[in-house]
Ligand binder design. Structure first.
Ligand SMILES: [Zn+2]
Length: 454
């Protein structure tokens, strides 16, 4: 039995969002076999426990990032796409390069993306990996699990897929789509190899077509939902990111996007959508009644000029809210801490209700909210029985000097460095560095991948 005792906890937010953040002077936390056994003022260490001193550090749950495209980590800041909106950016940045992704460029991008996440305090990543086409060896996606395991992170592989081409003239793809049989067979293969159903799973598979309105026919969408639920898998996709998505859906299918996916079995507490920027009040009700999940991606939505998602209204209606960094080709900084700081600011600006968009609320979106969306019910809160996924932040950046209440520091000032990150009780970041990562060789492989995809 491996036991760890975190001593002298002064600042802790547990991720539940229910209680106001407190500064619990003198708390202790005992972690046994990767899970939190107890936390509080009366918790005492046992003989033989490994001690960690939390004096002066701020403890938050490990972040749960619910929407990413890790391969894009080597496509940051391409000049051709820097001032484009979504469709122009897709046509200039990602689509022309998808069929040039090799195992080496993919590995470099995935390793870099996971490293960025870890160093911002993220312990779980849902990667919407969508670069599948007929000429690609699907086994390349297996390296995502390999890389996540080496760094000690939880990985949820949202297996993208596209079964038809150029339905929307504004949204062309240049690669040959897969067939439904290829797509479903690969999901079955991945599920058998990797999928864990436990509430603290380190590996999950999700059925995740690129976009429900463009990637396949409506009948195929419905049968894919039945297929996913038959295997006990969750479902994920992009939806309502820009006005064009909504217009295309209305012109082609005669209804709003949320109505369209509802007609094809794609709402529920086992489904979550990224973006959801352009959503009407009548759609809020459908999302809320079905407890559908949302991945809020404020940096990408800002970068591409897409707009601000009505997150608070969707939460009030009953939808489950989480946060994702989206791919680094439309963010350029895949830090969950930066994303959450932006969510805190932008949702205050949008709602004009700083009393609703509290730090505790934002921490919940980034932790327990994300875990709920992913169905990881033993992840995302610093409470007994939960997986020991946590970050202990140092507040020693110049931005933190003058700060009166340290417990809010990582969100309100940003820039905090993790003194330590744990995932399932294992130390995955120590003193701002990742023990299992050779940064020099990563830098060189990223340089080569960036050159290859220039
Ligand atoms: Zn995306």
């Amino acid at each position: 039995m491996q036991a760890i005792f975190i001593d002298n906890i002064q600042y802790l937010i547990d991720g539940s969002g229910n209680s106001a953040a407190t500064s619990p002077a003198g708390y202790g936390m005992r972690i046994v076999n990767g899970h939190i056994e107890s936390v509080g003022a009366s918790v005492l260490p046992q003989p033989g426990d490994q001690h960690i001193d939390a004096s002066g550090l701020v403890i938050y749950p490990g972040w749960v990032n619910t929407h990413h495209h890790l391969f894009q980590s080597v496509l940051k800041g391409l000049a051709v796409g820097i001032n484009e909106r979504l469709f122009g950016w897709l046509n200039q940045v990602t689509f022309p390069r998808v069929d040039r992704v090799t195992e080496q460029t993919l590995r470099a991008g995935v390793r870099l993306g996971l490293a960025e996440l870890l160093l911002s305090g993220t312990t779980t990543c849902a990667d919407h990996h969508y670069i599948y086409h007929r000429a690609l060896d699907p086994v390349m996606a297996d390296l995502l699990f390999d890389e996540a395991e080496q760094l000690g992170m939880r990985l949820v592989l949202c297996r993208g897929g596209q079964l038809q081409q150029q339905v929307n003239r504004d949204y062309p793809s240049r690669t040959q789509p897969e067939t439904m049989v290829q797509y479903q067979n690969d999901i079955k293969r991945l599920t058998q190899l990797y999928h864990q159903s436990s509430g603290d799973a380190m590996r999950r598979i999700v059925v995740a077509p690129n976009t429900p309105t463009f990637s396949m026919t409506p009948n195929e969408l419905k049968s894919l939902a039945d297929f996913a639920r038959g295997l006990g898998l969750r479902m994920h996709s992009h939806l309502s990111e820009t006005e064009n998505y909504v217009e295309f859906c209305q012109q082609t299918h005669g209804c709003l996007p949320v109505e369209f996916v509802n007609q094809h079995g794609w709402l529920g507490d086992d489904v979550w959508f990224a973006h959801m920027v352009h959503v009407t009040e009548q759609e809020f009700e459908l999302l809320g009644a079905t407890q559908t999940g949302i991945a809020h991606c404020p940096a990408s939505n800002g970068r591409l000029g897409s707009g601000i998602a009505p997150i608070w209204q969707m939460q009030q209606a009953g939808a489950n809210i989480s946060v994702g960094v989206d791919g680094a080709a439309s963010n350029e900084q895949a830090s969950m801490l930066a994303e959450l700081r932006l969510a805190w600011l932008i949702q205050r600006a949008a709602t004009r209700r700083p009393d609703h968009i509290t730090v505790e609320q934002v921490v919940r979106w980034g932790s327990a909210g994300g875990a709920k969306v992913l169905g990881l019910d033993q992840v995302g809160q610093l409470k007994p029985g939960m997986a020991a996924d946590l970050t202990m932040y140092r507040l020693d950046h110049v931005a933190h000097l003058g700060l009166h209440e340290p417990i809010y520091g990582p969100i309100i000032s940003g820039q905090a460095t993790p003194a330590m990150v744990m995932c399932q009780g294992n130390v995955v970041v120590k003193d701002g560095e990742i023990p299992n990562l050779d940064m020099q060789s990563l830098t060189e492989s990223v340089r080569q991948a960036t050159q290859h995809l220039a």
